[in-house]
Design a protein around this ligand. Structure first.
Ligand SMILES: Cc1cc2nc3c(=O)[nH]c(=O)nc-3n(C[C@H](O)[C@H](O)[C@H](O)COP(=O)(O)OP(=O)(O)OC[C@H]3O[C@@H](n4cnc5c(N)ncnc54)[C@H](O)[C@@H]3O)c2cc1C
Length: 271
């Protein structure tokens, strides 16, 4: 356990606690991970259910559509509310939040700008940042990271997602439910390769039924901008889409973009 939960626990156990954060309290999970993705999925799931099965459930709706900027607004509201909650928890637990990039100077000293914090115990919980694959340079417009996709305020018409781990299948579900044409490329021979084989089989069957083009055992060697979209090079030929989203495992590091303003995300035309 790291980050703010550790700070709260340490304080509850009677220690004087300072928490150094260079970005926003709550980290990846709250701002560009678990929480915003679940908020997005809730919108896409609801839209998809009503659009495809509304009549079956006795619903009458002349036009079922979605408004991506509103989806994004709700996502930001959910994150914003929880963010306030985390800030409140810091005050409630008398944790001093020090804004800035921390540097471990020695066994008992953290440097934050000109300030030096002394402590008997240090917890380093600096998390991870997105990474890409060789030959796929992130530009935030055509070749994008999960940070960009999470913070976007529009959806593309087609997307090629590389990697069928948790993040890849989550985005495949989200975009597919919104009616985006999704191609999912996975180098190994099954979806969610870290899960049990049965889970992979069930998911593959559900994805195929949903119309997601799942291609397994495909190795991607590069991608480049081509005719208003991206052309993806694989050992089984070329693939193309408006946007390409590589989702390899993250790497340790810090300071990813944390708002839709600083993500450099191209505004797609909403469908
Ligand atoms: C798209 C996506 C969806 C996800 N969905 C889920 C999910 O549904 N369920 C789940 O369990 N997990 C999910 N995850 C994973 C989850 O977000 C991470 O496992 C979790 O955030 C890791 O927490 P952490 O505290 O280790 O690191 P982080 O959340 O990355 O926090 C590290 C913090 O340290 C700060 N920092 C870094 N360096 C410094 C420095 N030098 N000085 C000061 N501060 C610094 C950073 O700004 C950051 O706030 C998802 C991840 C992504 C990307």
């Amino acid at each position: 356990m790291g980050g703010y939960p550790a700070a709260i626990r340490a304080s509850q156990l009677g220690l004087k606690v300072a928490l150094v954060e260079s970005n926003k309290l709550g980290g990846t999970c709250l701002h560009i991970g678990c929480i915003p993705t679940k908020a997005l999925l809730e919108s896409s799931e609801l839209y998809h259910r009503v659009a495809t099965r509304g009549a079956e459930f006795g619903l009458k709706a002349e036009i079922v559509g979605y408004d991506y900027p509103k989806i994004a607004e709700r996502r930001d509201a959910v994150v914003g509310q929880l963010y306030k909650g985390v800030q409140y928890l810091m005050k409630k637990n008398k944790i001093e939040v020090v804004e800035g990039k921390g540097r471990v100077r020695d066994r008992s000293t953290i440097e934050v700008g000109a300030r030096q914090l002394k402590a008997k115990n240090l917890i380093v919980a600096t998390g991870s940042v997105v990474k890409t694959l060789p030959g796929l340079e992130l530009d935030g417009q055509f070749i994008v990271s999960s940070d960009h996709a999470v913070l976007s305020s529009s959806a593309p018409e087609s997307i090629c997602i590389i990697g069928a781990g948790a993040v890849g299948v989550e985005f495949a579900t989200f975009y597919n439910q919104l009616g985006v044409k999704v191609t999912l490329l996975e180098a190994l021979d099954r979806l969610v390769p870290l899960e049990d084989d049965d889970v992979s089989k069930e998911l593959l069957s559900a994805f195929k039924k949903a119309g997601i083009d799942c291609r397994l055992g495909v190795k991607v060697s590069g991608a480049k901008k081509a005719r208003g979209g991206v052309s993806i090079e694989t050992d089984q030929g070329m693939s193309s889409a408006d946007i390409c989203l590589p989702t390899p495992h993250r790497m340790k590091g810090s300071s990813p973009p944390r708002t839709s303003q600083d993500s450099g995300w191209r505004r797609w035309t909403s469908s």
